[in-house]
Design a binder for this molecule. Structure first.
Ligand code: 5GP
Length: 116
């Protein structure tokens, strides 16, 4: 297991973040560099570095990412128009922080899924 990241400190509230949801399994907070009017990161409280590291033991926490995304999308008022959920993995996926996270993005048309 690689070393924990700044996200573990956010979960433990050792450094500031705009936390919008937290329970025993997951934490959600606003991205420090938002790429859309709503840009929230939803992460498991357990340090799982990448999508390559998930196990069946993580299924409850990783499923929780979706139910929390749905709840937050409604709270943000973006559920009807729609939004995008993204999980980047490793270099080609553009992952910068090695604590698996789901991006919740919305509030405007988000364009094509990938730059062509
Ligand atoms: P990735 O590229 O790994 O999928 O996304 C990492 C995201 O974490 C980026 O969108 C970046 O802006 C965000 N981020 C990095 N460091 C911090 C931080 O200290 N606080 C918050 N709130 N977001 C961060």
């Amino acid at each position: 297991m690689t070393e924990e990241t700044i996200f573990s400190k956010i979960i433990r509230k050792e450094i500031p973040a705009d936390i919008v949801y937290q329970d025993d399994l997951v934490t959600a907070f606003r991205d420090i560099n938002p790429r859309a009017p709503s840009h929230i990161l939803i992460i498991p409280n357990k340090h799982i570095p990448t999508a390559n590291d998930v196990t069946t033991e993580d299924e409850l926490a990783l499923g929780r990412l979706f139910t929390v995304a749905k709840k937050l999308a409604k709270e943000e008022g973006i559920d009807e128009n729609g939004y995008r959920l993204i999980v980047n993995c490793n270099a080609h996926g553009g992952q910068e922080v090695y604590h698996i996270h789901m991006h919740l993005l919305g509030g405007q048309p988000l364009g094509p899924m990938l730059l062509s």
